[in-house]
Design a protein around this ligand. Structure first.
Ligand code: ATP
Ligand code: MG
Length: 198
């Protein structure tokens, strides 16, 4: 039987990586994947190797990384394993539309990925005030990436919420503690037949 595909979206520090592990444990082990990937395009994007490039170039590179990733995801799903993916299609739309600002073209950001993505069984949007998530990230002691600026993340957050309506994301309040967030998400999964508590 084909595995299930679950995507976690949300601004930096919203708790995606933490939640990916929790869900994986709850479903008895899943393949955890993430974007940008550790492949050539994803690694270059992470390291900032492309420098200051136009938002359109950035969007296309993220989408290309995703196209390669999608084929890997399909192989895992075909083998019957589940995939929990930390960022997917929504990240490019939310972040790059924030980079584009007024000139953001949502039809293009969504449309150009049509042939290279698959539809997840469930996408969770971890919604949180950037001030709260940034406080978490700074506790993590890592240097902030160029995407982790407060004003910018406010724009990303609203783009995500708009996208949630269009693409039927399940929006979860991520300001609660880890246990609360996990319980809310597992309940959503239970209702969708993706999780059966023991
Ligand atoms: N619900 C929560 N309440 C409080 N702290 C949390 C919660 N979830 C995660 N954290 C902590 O907040 C920090 C950010 O969480 P995490 O790394 O999971 O976020 P992320 O969305 O994966 O971030 P990034 O996009 O930067 O990878 C971590 O130090 C994590 O331990
Ligand atoms: Mg993470």
């Amino acid at each position: 039987m084909r595995g299930k595909f679950i995507v976690l979206e949300g601004i930096d520090g919203s708790g995606k990586t933490t939640l990916a592990h929790t869900i994986s444990d709850a479903v008895g082990g899943a393949e955890l994947t993430f974007e940008p990937t550790s492949g050539p395009i994803g690694s270059a994007l992470r390291s900032g190797a492309y420098g200051d490039i136009p938002p359109a170039a950035e969007a296309l590179l993220f989408a290309a990384d995703r196209a390669v990733h999608t084929r890997q995801i399909e192989e895992i799903l075909d083998s019957g394993r589940w995939v929990i993916c930390d960022r997917y299609l929504g990240s490019t739309v939310a972040y790059q539309s924030a980079s584009f600002g007024e000139s953001a073209d949502w039809d293009w950001l969504l449309g150009m990925q049509k042939k290279s993505v698959i539809t997840p069984d469930l996408t969770i949007l971890l919604d949180i005030d950037p001030e709260v998530s940034m406080a978490r990230v700074s506790r993590r002691g890592e240097e902030l990436s160029r995407f982790e600026k407060l004003d910018f993340l406010r724009k990303v957050r609203s783009a995500y919420l708009r996208l949630a309506d269009i693409l039927d994301y399940q929006v979860v309040d991520a300001a609660g503690d880890e246990k609360q967030v996990a319980e809310t998400v597992l309940e959503i999964m239970r209702k969708k037949g993706l999780y059966a508590p023991q």
